[in-house]
Design a protein around this ligand. Structure first.
Ligand code: GRF
Length: 214
């Protein structure tokens, strides 16, 4: 399964996908890494790996609609089977949604539908929730509103600030995102308006109970 991975930042999720591909636990290949910023560290990683890269910056386009179209065309030129938003910090527009119906996934650092948008971990800290986590979901026209494909939960510790919580969440993003991509490639997750799931779920009841130690 050919991927186009869209990034804006450090690219730790991109690295996790690449590592899983190399370890043969993710049946995919990366055809393109595209960014809205030429400074994204994720691009350096992609170039060093010999992966084709593209930078499509809003400021190089007349308006939002022109940028949306340019991004959609650049991504489509790589003929991906799946578009992965891995720390892509912009809302994708109608042109790319139309070209890849039910074929765009996003990783979000919160347990959706709680805490959509920016700063999921900071929102979780501010609300005082005791369980946080990450979500991989299908992208639709809303902000972090598409059908949920998989989630992982982590505890919020009393000493956490948003940074510490985000770091703990990211450990699980790096497992969940490659796993979901592989599940899609194997047909264990079938994408559509209402995705269907045929994978077995392992539930560790002991680990799921987060409580004070005494
Ligand atoms: C991740 O926490 C992801 O959930 C959010 O942006 C962050 C990107 O991190 N959408 P990285 O660039 O993959 O390191």
């Amino acid at each position: 399964m050919k991927l186009a991975v869209l990034v804006s930042g450090a690219g730790s999720n991109l690295r996790a996908i690449a590592a899983a591909i190399d370890a043969k636990t993710c049946a995919a290949s990366i055809a393109l890494v595209a960014s809205d910023k030429d400074s994204a560290a994720a691009l350096e990683f992609a170039r060093a790996r010999g992966v084709e890269t593209a930078v499509v910056r809003p400021k190089d386009h007349a308006d939002r609609a022109a940028w949306d179209l340019a991004l959609a065309e650049r991504v489509a030129a790589a003929t991906p089977d799946l578009v992965v938003l891995a720390g892509f910090m912009r809302i994708v527009g109608a042109p790319i949604l139309a070209r890849f119906p039910y074929r765009i996934v996003n990783v979000h650092p919160a347990l959706l539908p709680s805490f959509p948008g920016t700063d999921g971990p900071a929102q979780a800290i501010a609300k005082g929730v005791r369980i946080a986590g990450c979500t991989v979901h299908l992208v639709d026209a809303g902000v972090d509103t598409g059908p949920i494909l998989a989630q992982a939960a982590v505890p919020v510790l009393p000493t956490d600030d948003a940074h510490a919580l985000h770091a703990r969440i990211q450990v699980y993003e790096h497992r969940l995102l490659p796993w979901v991509i592989d599940a899609i490639a194997r047909g264990a997750i079938v994408l559509g308006e209402k995705p269907t799931f045929t994978y077995d779920t392992h539930f560790d009841a002991a680990a799921a109970l987060v409580s004070p130690t005494r």
